[in-house]
Structure formats: structure tokens, C-alpha cells
Design a binder for this molecule. Structure first.
Ligand SMILES: C[S@@+](CC[C@H](N)C(=O)[O-])C[C@H]1O[C@@H](n2cnc3c(N)ncnc32)[C@H](O)[C@@H]1O
Length: 188
């Protein structure tokens, strides 16, 4: 971790299209989980297969990553901007190539509040820019929501204590430069 206390981090994936975005949305959730987010909300077309993939990876590789389908993402953001669970506003980070440079904006983020990190797929509604506490770019070139999220979370959260963060799984990977090495835990 980066020394500061990191808030509860949710990722909101807007505008999912079941056919076109299947793989990238799946990878987005896996990236959110691997880089330390606590949960993901999928918006756009309903897609149980994405949620099943994330649940299955969490069951096998451990941790407490949660996933949801969010039918009304703008309403979700409006509510979160006023009340993030304790009656006080949460922090909304919108990742967009048009935003402020992430390295400059990171120190201005209130880490004491729960956070939603929003990424788009299709065109992002203008209201998201207005609701966001911070509109943040990872470079001002168009690239990928997966890359933007990974870099942002790594900058925000830093190293993850994998042993602790991903405890309770069925499989543990042992880092090895020569060969694939895993431990499989037997069920009691
Ligand atoms: C790939 S882009 C837009 C895709 C395009 N509208 C389409 O579907 O053809 C999807 C998301 O990636 C993220 N993204 C892309 N480039 C970014 C950048 N330079 N900085 C921050 N986020 C970025 C944003 O969240 C954006 O909404």
C-alpha cells in the first residue's frame, strides 16, 4: 500500500455491450480485482457471464471482490455523490482522456471517503463529468479502459499484500522465473 489509508474502492463500468465488449469488460473486472479495488458495478447491457467470471476467479484465487449489475448507473452516481453509505458524499473519479493529468491530480483526491472509479465504453454522458469529483486522464491519448484503470489503481493503491488481500482461495501462485508453480488447497 502507498502509506496513506486507501478508501473502499468501487469501479463502475458504463455502457457495456454484451457482444462487442465481452472480453474487455471481463478483463476490466479482473484488473480491478487484481489491482486492489473492492468491487465492480457493471452498467449497460445485462451480462451474467461477466459476473460469473469475476465470481469464479475470486472463488479460485481468493479475496473478497464483489460484483453487481447496475441498471441505473447515473442514479447510482447521483446518490453516491450525496451519500456514500454514511450520509456523506463519496469521491467520484472519472477516467477520461480529456481530464487532468493523473499524477498532478492524485494529491488532490480525498482518501478519507469511499470512492467510485468510473470508466466508459461507448460515449460517456456529460452528466458524469459534472458529477465527478475529479476527471482524470492517464495521458491525453485515447487508449483502453483496462490500461487507464490499471495505471490509476496502481498509482492510488500501490503494492498489494497479496497473501492478505487474496486470502481464502483454492489456488495460490508461487512466483517462479523458471516454471509454473501453484499450490492447490484441499477442501476440508
Ligand atoms: C476506449 S475508450 C472509448 C471507446 C470508444 N468510444 C469506442 O467504444 O469506440 C473507453 C474508456 O477508456 C478510458 N480511457 C481511454 N483513454 C483514456 C485516457 N487517456 N485516460 C483515461 N482514461 C482513458 C475512459 O474511461 C473511456 O471512457
Amino acid at each position: 500500500m502507498n502509506g496513506d489509508k486507501i478508501p473502499y474502492v468501487s469501479v463502475l463500468r458504463l455502457g457495456h455491450r454484451r457482444d462487442r465488449d465481452k472480453r474487455i469488460t471481463s478483463h476490466l473486472g479482473l484488473t480491478a480485482r487484481a489491482f486492489g479495488a473492492d468491487e465492480i458495478h457493471l452498467a449497460g447491457e445485462e451480462d451474467p457471464s461477466a459476473l460469473e467470471t469475476w465470481k469464479s476467479v475470486t472463488k479460485r484465487f481468493g479475496g473478497d471482490f464483489k460484483c453487481f449489475y447496475e441498471k441505473k448507473p447515473l442514479r447510482f452516481l447521483r446518490n453516491f455523490s450525496k451519500n456514500s453509505g454514511d450520509g456523506k458524499p463519496g469521491t467520484i473519479i472519472h477516467l477520461t482522456m480529456y481530464g487532468e493529468t493523473w499524477k498532478d491530480e492524485l494529491p488532490n483526491i480525498d482518501l478519507s471517503r469511499p470512492m467510485v472509479v468510473v470508466v466508459g465504453g461507448t460515449k460517456v454522458p456529460g452528466e458524469v463529468y459534472r458529477l465527478a469529483s475529479h476527471n482524470i486522464s492517464v495521458g491525453n491519448q485515447p487508449h483502453s479502459e483496462v490500461a487507464a484503470l490499471a495505471i490509476f489503481l496502481e498509482s492510488l493503491i500501490g503494492d498489494i499484500e497479496e497473501e492478505k488481500h487474496f486470502s481464502g482461495g483454492e489456488i495460490k501462485v508461487i512466483p517462479n522465473g523458471k516454471r509454473k508453480q501453484v499450490i492447490t488447497f484441499e477442501e476440508e
